[in-house]
Ligand binder design. Structure first.
Ligand SMILES: N[C@@H](CCC(=O)N[C@@H](CS)C(=O)NCC(=O)O)C(=O)O
Length: 225
């Protein structure tokens, strides 16, 4: 299988966690932001990564969107499962995944790029890095006001995800889509000292899940854990 991705994208990290959890071998192709449109739009009709190219007979030729990639992987390789048979657990998992994808993954992006343009500028003050950060900020409308709203949304996320402090799984008694989505989509916060100080349990869980999936730790956790 081939995963088309941006190396720094937390949604692509989410897809890699699922591939790793399933033990599926795959290759990655890193696309260049900006030029990615030329490749992806004719292929999928969308402009976002991750995109999975299964390269398998009798399977779809291309799958766009991390949630659809999860569904494909679970059907293609049912063990270990990512979803639940129990309808209540399944509904809870799907709701958590959708909320993490649509609300929290976006909020993380806002808070992260606001930090990288301000207090976190020294992480990579190079001209090329700062240009990329400014392009992303403009693309998504990230500024002080929108980043503050995102910060509020993240506060709610930490309340919801607190169950991780009492037990290792967000739903049921095993890993699911919800755990992988949370571990990937909150991972950019590992570079922000306030979050590391205030929510150590979050980063312990992110580390644990990455290790379980055989995925390299995100920046901020790799050198310190
Ligand atoms: N809902 C999508 C979101 C993916 C997403 O937002 N990807 C970003 C990178 S983090 C992207 O490809 N942006 C480029 C663009 O929108 O053109 C998913 O889960 O796959």
């Amino acid at each position: 299988m081939l995963l088309l991705q941006f190396s720094t994208s937390h949604y692509c990290r989410k897809a890699r966690l699922a591939l790793g959890y399933k033990g599926i071998s795959y290759q990655v192709q890193n696309l260049t932001p900006g030029l990615h449109l030329l490749k992806l739009k004719p292929m999928t009709g969308l402009t976002t990564v991750p995109v999975l190219v299964p390269q398998l007979d009798n399977q779809p030729s291309v799958i766009a969107d991390s949630s659809r990639i999860f569904q494909f992987l679970d059907a293609y390789c049912p063990t270990p499962p990512l979803y639940f048979d129990d309808p209540q657990q399944q509904t809870q998992t799907l709701m958590l995944e959708d909320w993490l994808d649509e609300s929290i993954g976006t909020a993380t992006r806002f808070v992260y790029y606001q930090f990288r343009a301000g207090a976190g500028k020294q992480i990579d003050p190079s001209w090329s890095s700062q240009v990329v950060i400014q392009v992303v900020r403009r693309q998504y409308g990230i500024d002080q006001a929108s980043a503050e709203l995102a910060t509020q949304r993240l506060k709610i996320a930490f309340e919801v995800l607190q169950v991780w402090q009492e037990r290792p799984y967000l739903v049921g008694d095993r890993i699911s889509v919800a755990d992988l989505a949370a571990a990937a989509l909150l991972s950019p916060l590992a570079l922000i000292p306030d979050y590391r100080e205030n929510y150590p349990w979050l980063f312990e869980n992110i580390t644990r899940i990455h290790q379980l999936c055989g995925e390299a730790l995100p920046p901020g956790l790799s050198s310190q854990s």
